[in-house]
Design a protein around this ligand. Sequence first.
Ligand code: ADP
Ligand code: NI
Length: 213
Amino acid sequence: MNQIEILSEIKEIVKKRFENDSTGHDYWHMARVVRIAEQIAEQEGADIFQCQLAGWIHDLFDHKLCENPDEEKNKMKHFLLKRGLINEEIKKVMEIVEEISFSKNKKPPTTLEGKVVQDADRLDAIGAIGIARTFAFGGAKGQLIYKPGSENHHLDGLHLQEPEPTSIQHFYDKLLKLKELMNTKNGYQLACERHQFMDDFLKQFYKEWPTNL
Ligand code: ADP
Ligand code: NI
């Protein structure tokens, strides 16, 4: 089976699996990550097929999203083996996926492909789409949009004084840090515009939020 056929089968699996997700991990998240990863991979000279495969499957084994990650991983390995990939290729794709998780790994990925897909995943967490996903996730988890408390600290980008698990707090916990964590030059360039957009969004948000509530 050729690469295009394998990717199109995987796309269908991912589509079925994430069709109804409302936590910010819908099918379109994977599709965007693959598209951005292709772009960066081309610029950085990474293996495009490995990046595409990893991009499509990168959230399939997330413990937040599936009950038995090991079982899902085995299913995917078996699927890839049956489609003619060799063990080494499968091992590498699974390693890329393992390495790109933000919460699990504080260290940057060791392979160029891991760096590329992690940048693509992170780019989809920032900018206008990142903002939309954050509030979708917050809503799905029943989390508040924002809890006022230490407004003076917002505008200069410092941490909130008493962090509350709100969607606005998530910008400080994760989103505003991602630009500086980009692995590739290309990823960093793309991150700058999106980061600026989040800064502007937060400024406007606090401007619209009445004082002394
Ligand atoms: P991924 O696995 O795709 O990198 P996550 O599973 O960490 O992303 O999160 C999915 C989406 O939900 C992202 O856009 C992320 O920023 C957002 N998100 C994660 N945790 C929170 C949170 N505590 N509050 C609001 N949004 C969140
Ligand atoms: Ni993801």
